[in-house]
Design a protein around this ligand. Sequence first.
Ligand SMILES: *Cc1c(COP(=O)(O)O)cnc(C)c1O
Length: 360
Amino acid sequence: MGRGIKHWVRPGIRQLSAYAVPNATGLIKLDAMENPYHWPEPLVEQWLATLRDVHLNRYPDPGSRQLIDTLRKVMDVPDSAAVLLGNGSDELIQIIAMTLAGPSRLIVAPEPGFVMYKMIATFVGMEYLGVPLEKDFSLDLSAMLKVIKQHQPAVIFLAYPNNPTGNLFDEQEICRIIEVSPGLVVLDEAYHAFAEASFMERLPEFDNLLVMRTVSKLGLAGLRLGLLAGAPAWIREFDKVRLPYNINTLTQVSADFALQHHEVLEAQTARIRADREKLMNDLHSIPGITVYPSQANFILFRVSAGEGNRVFQGLLEQGILIKNLSNSGGALRDCLRMTVGAPRENQVFLDALLNLTAKT
Ligand SMILES: *Cc1c(COP(=O)(O)O)cnc(C)c1O
């Protein structure tokens, strides 16, 4: 008899649950920070015409050169920085972790935060330490500095704005963390399109800073494309760990096309930002709901004590899928997160929420 799963699969992996993605068929989908808009018809036609010349019998350009040129312009990457592409920024987190992994190597991130930092640490056998945020979800700087001093983390991930809380951390505090860190600090700017802040232009100031972006939240989630910018010496090391051809030809061509028409995505995200402000105001006026400030395309809110699961289920029964965070406990008890959708979707959500909270 061969030795089985219990023998061969590392305990850390056996204890994990796979990243859960609920089925959204037929639902108003406000759970995953997607841009709700597609492109105008003439643009779709133009895109399809571009695809006609694609040769799928050949491997993709391993260096994604054309796409990187376009991304550098659209995302204002400083000339002195190098760029690495990933199959979504999730893959970039994985590449960074694989490059740094080793016995007692540590990943640090504030919590509540993006769950993939911890999951990927487990995948590659790294230690992970979550540092609690303050009650208002700002950084606990002294706790962060203490952890850095005591544990010398290989890498710190800071989502800017943070997911699932939606806020931007203080710029000065982030600089302090970068300055005292012996390892890398990755600014995860997944929600850059909705925030008025970025560390991209500050890259040349720090040799241990990396800035990560994705096109997912911008409106191209289906393509799976993320970007990491930083000092060329660091990027060269990460590039060794990247699998060849990780960015497929359809993604390279389609992302390049879409970014050449960046003004279309720009108009959509401006619309989403304006609708976010309207939603904020409307949510504020619902009794019993606490709304947290957001610089992203989602809003975190807290319902009355003990009501989180009931409100989430109630919305689901009315065909609206948002994200239920109330079972993650602690700071997120009774918290729900909704993605800003199209105006009609937002209104259906608001009406349903108003109804559900009036019943308590
Ligand atoms: C959504 C998200 C990502 C992942 O983006 P992909 O490029 O789609 O893999 C990374 N970081 C944060 C904070 C996110 O919210």
